[in-house]
Write a protein of this length. Structure first.
Length: 121
């Protein structure tokens, strides 16, 4: 089963490009099965012209198509992190203050992305 629509995985800069990694999508669907709650994706693939990617020297995990930001807060955020780790996610970003709270999950293996890693925004 695929819980995620292609539109929600495409670049949000307005170009509509979608180079989201198929293997990562399969993993996200397994995570969603075990999490057993909706996962609202606020950011997935980002093209090289996306404002955030343009500021980087090397592509970020979103630019490689192997990252998502999931809108989630409180205990649900902890549950999502736990389930993601059970599925082998080793790179997790946490934004849990103010508005726009989310958990970043990615599986980047790029040399410039350390793993395992956890960070806050």
């Amino acid at each position: 089963m695929n819980y995620f629509d292609a539109k929600e995985l495409e670049c949000k800069c307005g170009c509509g490009t979608n180079r989201f990694d198929d293997n990562f999508l399969r993993l996200l669907n397994r995570i969603r099965d075990d999490y057993a709650k909706p996962m609202i994706i606020t950011s997935a693939y980002r093209c090289p012209e996306h404002p955030i990617e343009k500021r980087k020297d090397k592509p970020g995990a979103h630019g490689l198509g192997v990252a998502v930001d999931v809108a989630v807060t409180g205990g649900d955020a902890l549950d999502l992190i736990r389930v993601a780790q059970e599925h082998g996610i080793q790179r997790i970003g946490v934004q849990q203050k103010g508005s726009g709270r989310f958990i970043h999950l990615d599986v980047s293996t790029a040399d410039h992305h350390s793993r395992p890693a956890i960070w806050s925004y």
